[in-house]
Design a protein around this ligand. Sequence first.
Ligand code: GRF
Length: 190
Amino acid sequence: MLKIAVLASGSGSNAQSLVEHFADSPWGRVEIIVTNNANAGVIERADRLNISTLIFDPKTESDAVLKRLDEEIDIILLAGYLKMIPAAWTRCFQGRMLNIHPALLPKFGGKGMYGKHVHQAVSEAGESETGITIHMVNEQYDEGAIIAQFKTEIEPGEDAKSIEEKVRALELEYYGPVVEAWIENLSLSQ
Ligand code: GRF
């Protein structure tokens, strides 16, 4: 059974769906939720779900937190974590760190493309579809190998808020199952 850390900076709906999904899984368990934001909604969710949290300052505590995660954790899942992941982290957890991006990469990825900015850009570009991308994390923003993508259609004139709701539904449905299948493959091939 692999030990999972979830990194989140915001409301934590994806973090919660991961905790709930893995509560019944034979392949992994969310052990800890790590956040850089002491006011993040994810902390309250973690308390309700009985998952321990670690609040840290990436400027001063990055090395210490990485050391702890390396000792205690097998896999890191990013779920709305808004800080840059340092190279030491991607090196240490190479092949063991995944992210969910709320668009169909390589479109609408890269610097500044997070949260509402993504949906706003998709809406302004007049796209006919959008979706989610679950991918490996490497040192470049949003450029690691893609594990899975799921799409949803956009009606003409749909605004960013409505697009966000559709994308959120895909995130909550698929992040847990996709990661679980990925862990299963990983475990079976070792
Ligand atoms: C999600 O859209 C996720 O894809 C992204 O940031 C958002 C986080 O939302 N990268 P929440 O904190 O999980 O509610």
